[in-house]
Design a protein around this ligand. Sequence first.
Ligand SMILES: [Fe+2]
Ligand SMILES: [Fe+2]
Length: 163
Amino acid sequence: MLSENLQNLFNAQIAIENTASYEYLHLAIWCASNGFDESAKFFFKQSDEERSHMLKLIHYTLERESVVKAGYPAPSTLKIETIFDVLQTFYDNEKKVTASVYKLVDTATEERDYNAVQFLQWYVQEQHEEETLARTLIEKANLIGREGSYRYFIDQMIGKSGG
Ligand SMILES: [Fe+2]
Ligand SMILES: [Fe+2]
């Protein structure tokens, strides 16, 4: 069984991944509704991935004979006006997720729960990849700029990044 403290943090992480899934769905819909079809595909896929991160945590928490509190994410308050807002939202969110993963690893380490520490290494690696991806997309979008057919080129660039 996970300690009560870890159970709470695992549940918080489940909620965070669920919110990420929900917010990326919101970004995907914004992209699809504003002519960014390749970016929409990218964020639909990101949304699915976040859901799989949530499920992985749920299964692990259950395997540790601990309580999972299923919750619904709060309605999105995201204000998206440009594709740059989409990318910044992605990056900011990934940084938030990383901070909460680190908090979990800190606590699991303090409690000498090495099973949980090992399980969480996957999330540490995942966050490294996600933050690098989000940051790279912002850098490339800035290189393309905000003139002429930039919307088209940014959309192609996001689509090619694969995610
Ligand atoms: Fe995630
Ligand atoms: Fe992510």
